[in-house]
Write a protein that binds this ligand. Structure first.
Ligand SMILES: Nc1nc2c(ncn2[C@@H]2O[C@H](COP(=O)(O)OP(=O)(O)O)[C@@H](O)[C@H]2O)c(=O)[nH]1
Ligand SMILES: [Mg+2]
Length: 356
């Protein structure tokens, strides 16, 4: 550093130190050494606030405390049972903790069968990860083009918002996307998806309220083929007048998709509202019977203490969870990883570090 700047910095630091002196209980005499130290601290603070550093922190955050933000409420509830971190935890406490997190009792029993009265992190980790044994049945390196996803679920589950998040994610990965406003039952649904399409700057195929939603699906896929677009995401209505009505409409959409492109839709994704915990399972079962579901996205994990329901959802439905929604914005979608999910949970109660 040029001596002029160094001198100036020293003077500034000295001034700051004199102000801080009382609060920080510094020695009366401000030595050169202390000033040098302060300059270094100030400089390193300057480095920390660069954009690059912020990105890095975010990345580490996503990798390590992966689900921490999403599971804040769930963690708070399990900490009522296990308030301090330990090396080994009582069987009964683990059981109670999982109940608190809204994991179904039947599944808790199954997961903990044969474990000792004091359980280590490694023992519990193994059992919990196993509950998510339903690996996604997709070869991500060999996707058809366009890759068509049909989004299914009850009203209010978060379908439209999740479509926007998925589209935004595809764009960030450098893929082109087109949306199909297949919820033609409500005008507001078409408008809502159009607003998102504009915001994240992706094309959308839509029609008037009350028109045939399978025609929208067909047109969206045809348009993707004509324009060489990578990904198609189609919205659907969550509720029609009767269950039979909804069933028929969904079956028709699926059939029409396959007419527009062989084997489409390639994924039928069920959107489940995480705040409903285990009650969402019954919904998913009904939809699974209607059209067959390939995977789950659980939304609103940020607003619930029922994070443990993810175990039951995946295990009971024998389906993989692909993503979780953790907020209302386009970036609030996390790719689900059983390992990271379980580790985030165990980090809260065990002193032992992750060693893999
Ligand atoms: N906090 C939170 N809110 C969400 C999330 N996903 C969706 N929502 C909100 O849930 C409400 C219903 O979502 P919407 O996408 O319209 O549901 P749809 O009827 O299934 O299409 C909206 O207010 C969304 O902003 C999420 O992950 N976290
Ligand atoms: Mg909607």
């Amino acid at each position: 550093m040029f001596s002029f700047f160094k001198k100036k910095k020293k003077e500034e630091a000295k001034e700051k130190l004199e102000v801080l002196e009382v609060q920080e209980e510094l020695p009366k005499e401000i030595t050169e050494e202390i000033i040098e130290d302060k300059i270094e601290v100030t400089e390193s603070k300057e480095v920390q606030i660069t954009e690059e550093a912020k990105e890095e922190v975010k990345e580490i955050d996503e990798k390590k405390g992966f689900f921490s933000r999403a599971l804040e409420k769930t963690f708070a509830s399990i900490k009522t049972v296990v308030p301090t971190k330990k090396e080994k935890i009582d069987f009964d406490d683990i059981e109670e903790m999982l109940i608190e997190a809204d994991m179904e009792y039947e599944i808790i029993e199954k997961a903990m069968d044969g474990l000792p009265s004091e359980i280590t992190r490694k023992q519990l980790r193994h059992r919990l990860v196993m509950l998510f044994e339903h690996a996604p049945d997709v070869d991500l390196n060999n996707l058809p083009k366009p890759f068509v996803r049909l989004i299914i679920g009850v009203n209010g589950a978060g379908k439209t918002t999740t479509i926007a998040k998925l589209a935004h994610r595809s764009k960030k990965e450098g893929k082109s996307v087109i949306l199909g406003a297949g919820d033609t039952f409500r005008a507001a649904a078409i408008e809502q998806l159009s607003t998102w399409a504009e915001k994240i700057d992706v094309p959308i195929i839509k029609t008037k309220q009350g028109h045939d939603s399978s025609a929208v699906a067909y047109d969206t896929i045809s348009s993707a083929i004509a324009k060489n677009i990578d990904n198609v995401i189609i919205d659907t209505a969550g509720r029609l007048q009767t269950q039979k009505n909804l069933n028929n409409e969904l079956i028709k959409i699926v059939k029409v998709c396959s007419k527009a492109q062989e084997n489409a839709p390639h994924q039928k994704l069920m959107i489940l509202d995480g705040t409903q915990g285990n009650t969402a399972i019954a919904q998913a079962k009904a939809f699974n019977e209607m059209v067959g579901i390939d995977g789950i996205i659980v939304t609103k994990l940020d607003g619930t203490a029922k994070g443990g329901a993810l175990f039951s959802i995946s295990n009971q439905l024998e389906l993989p969870i692909f993503f979780v929604g953790v907020g209302e914005k386009q970036d609030d979608l996390i790719e689900f990883s059983p390992d990271k999910f379980v580790d985030s949970l165990l980090d809260e109660i065990y002193t032992e570090e992750i060693n893999n």
